[in-house]
Design a protein. Sequence first.
Length: 431
Amino acid sequence: MVVSPGFIDLHNHSDRGLGDDPQATSQVSQGITTAVIGVDGSSAWPIADWVTKRRANPVAINLLTLVGHATVRSKVMAGGDYKRVATGTEVDRMASMVDQAMREGAIGLSSGLEYEVGSYSATAEVVSLAKAAASRGGLYMSHIRDEADLAFDAIQEVITIARDARIPAHISHIKLGTAGVWGKAPEAVGVLAKARATGLDITADCYPYDAWSSTITVLVPNKQYEDPASVRKALADVGGPESVLVTSCRQHRDYEFKNLQQIAEMTSKSAVDVFIEIVRSGGASVVGKAMQERDIRHFYEQPWILIASDGGIGMRHPRAAGSFPKVLGRYVRESHWLPLEEAVRKMTSAPAARLGLKDRGVIREGAIADLVVFDPKQVVDQSTFAEPAKLSKGVQWVFVNGMPVWQDGKATSSRPGLVITSDKLLSGNRK
Ligand SMILES: [Zn+2]
C-alpha cells in the first residue's frame, strides 16, 4: 500500500450534492479529503451564512470556497440586467461584495467568463474585483473566456488580470477544446511559462479526460441547430461526426452508444441531417471530443500544472467519481506519463501550497492527518460515460482530520470535514 496525503481537489462541483450526500461517497472513494467549491464564477452568497450552515452540518471532507464573479455580478446587475458591460458604480459595488466575502472567509475570487453572466464583463471589471480579493490575500481562479479556437486570447486575458490586479492566478481545467487548437499545448505552456518568468504567479489544473458530456445542442455555439452550414462547422470543430457519441436518446434507443457517423451510415443519411433530425425530435445526450491526449500529457509534464477533477457529487461525467484514481492507474501505472511521486505531489502538497493550507498535503509529525491509503497496483477509475457514478477501486482507507471516512470499500458514518476560511490560510494571515 501507498500512504499518501489526502487529495486536495482545486476544482470541485459538489456544492449542491453535499446536501444529498454529506458522506461524499464518490469523492472520498477516490481519495479526496479537501475540495475547493464556489468555482467557475458561481458561489454561495453571503459567504458568512454558508460558513455558519456548513459548520453546523458538517460533511465528510474539508471545504474551502471562492466567491463567484457571476454571483456578485447578478446581484448587482439585478433582474437579469447583466447582458452588458457594468458601469463604474456597479463595478465598485461588486468589488465591495468581494471584499465582504473575503472577510467572511472566501479564499479568493472565481470566474466563469465563458458562461452567460460572466461573459458580458469587460477585463477591467474582473481586474477591479481581483484587486479586492488580492488586497486580502486571495487567489483568482478562472474558467477562462474561451477554451476553443480563441483559447490563446483567453490565456492572455488571465495574464493581464494577474499582472494588473497583482494577484496569484490559476486557470481551471486548462483545455484546448477544438480542432483549431488541438496539439497546441506546447504553445500554451510557452505563453504561460513566459509570463511566469516575468514574475507573475500563474498556475493551472487539468482534468484527466479527453471528452465532455452534455446535450447535443451545445455543439453549435451560434445556436443555429437546424442550419446545415452551422452544424457542419460544429461537427468539423470537434473532429468530425465520428467524434460525437450519442449516450442517451429517448426517441431513438437504437442510436445510443453509436457515433453520428455510424448513425448516418445506419440510416443512409448525412451526419448533418442526422444531427438536425435528433434536435427536432427532442435532442440527445452526447459525449464529444474535448482534448487531445497528447495535450493533456504535455500539461501534466509541467510541474505547475496540477491535477483537479472539475467533478463533484452527482455529475453525469466519469470525472465525477474517477479523476484521481484515473491518473494513478492509467497515466502513472499503465502509460508511465509521470512518476507516482510527481502525480501525488500534484494532488497534495502542490495544491496545498497553492491554497496556503497549513499542515495539510504533507505527511509529517504534527501535520493534520488527512490521509489516503491505496494499492498502487490496483488503483483505477471505473466510471464511464454510461455509468458515471461507478466508484473507483484500489483506495483502501481515507482519513479526514484523523477520522476514517472510507474503509474497505465503504463510506463510514463520520463527518469530520472542516470549513477552512481565509483567516486560517498562510496568505490570509499575511494580509
Ligand atoms: Zn469550469
